[in-house]
Design a protein around this ligand. Structure first.
Ligand code: ATP
Ligand code: MG
Length: 445
């Protein structure tokens, strides 16, 4: 729906229970409890944001957010199991076992010209908005029309101020208000746009795509820690490949990963492209199967080309061994990438380790090679090596060796590595035997 089609008097279109598909069956019990209790307390209570959007789309929301005219203190007083969080935005978290329902008080739109309490920096970015208001105000500060729908617990109707229902029906992603201003206010909306387009399969409104093309460079003003949160939402939630494709399509990937982007332009860039795409597809499969994923793996993949290029340079120009060069290159490239998207140390340490282990796959004889199987990062390093083998960077025989050797029993394993055959089988547990021999043979392979 175009902005002009919208109600111009600022009143919502109210869609009665009979005219939409949202059923309380699909709303979590915890969210319903919060909504009902607020209402019994004499307050307005709406389900809002992504949950309403996903329910309209027939999906299962991953979390439920509630909006109300009760102040945070009033909400807190109603729920023993609640606490007030946040300084800039005061919100209430109501906890039911593992589920948390986030309750926000209606806030006013933050147009600095109308609202002296809203402050912006030189680029027009919002740095403070914590002014309470009514639902009529609250709607305008939300990002996309599809995220600005309110489900009223009073009569189970949906309130739509911005044509969000029509946009959900036609799978259209559109910012509320003027795209340029909304992206300047908060450049993270560039990534949110990409994420929702990827996750929901929505098409961006032309004004949104144009706004992104114009303002994607403002992402460089966003704190690196916040970009890490967005990275997780884009790449660890089951639609990593779609996110990547959209980031590329809109020229945003380059803003987040400039060195990887350069790697993609190199003469052998198509191999890097394949590597990235396969890693993303694997990640999505793992998420779909409920298996664990770690962001360090994808980040390592995304930095692999620049790291390799830099390692080759260091090896040629400085007196460093190949593995020293690799270690130094990882350190440098990671350091630069951290300036844009800062990853916590619990991810960067294993990332560096996983990369440092890559050369060890080439060594398939001796006790040290055998001991590699027990390394705490073996599994991640192995998965990474398999990806590399998929683009011809590691020999197929090498990949096959490490795949097969994991299936073998203790003594057969020893034989595969050419160790442990002198002693008769079974008279010692293999771990002890290896430990005793390791110091003598370490590095001897
Ligand atoms: P998801 O399904 O990924 O949780 P969501 O729409 O619920 O999607 P959240 O990040 O949980 O997204 O935010 C909840 C709601 O808060 C959004 O639907 C939107 O209305 C509003 N919102 C969140 N971040 C912003 C932002 N940067 N600018 C404007 N509105 C925002
Ligand atoms: Mg949400």
């Amino acid at each position: 729906m175009s902005q002009a089609d919208r109600q111009s008097d600022g009143a919502p279109r109210i869609i009665g229970r009979a005219d939409h598909c949202i059923s309380r069956k699909n709303i979590s019990k915890a969210a319903l409890k919060v909504l009902y209790r607020l209402r019994e307390g004499g307050y307005q209570a709406f389900l809002v944001g992504g949950a309403v959007r996903d329910l309209l789309l027939g999906g299962h929301p991953k979390d439920f957010d509630v909006s109300t005219d009760a102040s945070p203190d009033e909400v807190h007083a109603l729920f023993r199991n609640s606490r007030i969080i946040g300084r800039r935005f005061r919100l209430v978290h109501v906890r039911f076992g593992r589920e948390i329902i986030e309750v926000a008080t209606f806030r006013a739109s933050t147009d600095a010209t109308e609202d002296p309490d809203a402050q912006k920096d030189d680029e027009g970015r919002l740095i403070r908005d914590n002014v309470y208001g009514s639902i009529d105000d609250d709607v305008w500060r939300r990002d996309f029309t599809c995220n600005a729908l309110y489900y009223n617990i009073e009569d189970f109707s949906v309130w739509d101020y911005v044509g969000g229902v029509a946009d959900v029906e036609r799978c259209r992603l559109e910012l509320i208000g003027e795209a340029e201003r909304r992206l300047r206010e908060d450049p993270v909306r560039v990534l949110r746009a990409v994420r929702f387009a990827a996750k929901l399969g929505f098409d961006m409104d032309p004004s949104l795509s144009a706004g992104i093309a114009e303002h994607k460079n403002l992402l460089s003003n966003v704190p690196a820690a916040r970009l890490f949160d967005e990275f997780l939402k884009l790449f660890q939630a089951g639609f990593a490949r779609a996110s990547y494709d959209r980031l590329r399509e809109h020229g945003v990937f380059r803003e987040l990963f400039p060195e990887a982007w350069q790697g993609l332009q190199a003469h052998d860039g198509e191999h890097f492209e394949t590597l990235i795409q396969r890693a993303l597809d694997n990640t999505d499969h793992r998420v779909a199967e409920g298996r664990p994923v770690t962001p360090m793996f994808l980040l390592a993949v995304l930095m692999w080309w620049p790291i390799k290029a830099r390692a080759a340079e260091i090896y040629e120009t400085e007196s460093a061994s190949p593995s020293q060069a690799l270690g130094r290159a990882t350190f440098e490239v990671l350091g630069r990438q951290q300036q844009i998207i800062s990853m916590p140390k619990r991810f960067t340490a294993p990332l560096r380790e996983m990369i440092a282990l890559q050369p060890r796959f080439q060594k398939m004889r001796g006790a040290r090679a055998l001991a590699f199987l027990e390394h705490r990062r073996f599994r991640a390093a192995y998965d990474f090596m398999l990806l590399r083998a998929g683009i011809g960077e590691v020999g197929e025989d090498v990949a096959q060796f490490w795949t097969e050797v994991q299936e073998l029993e203790g003594s057969q394993r020893g034989e595969a590595f050419g160790v442990g055959s002198r002693r008769s089988e079974g008279d010692r547990p293999k771990r002890r035997r290896r430990r005793r021999r390791k110091p003598r043979n370490d590095g001897d392979d």
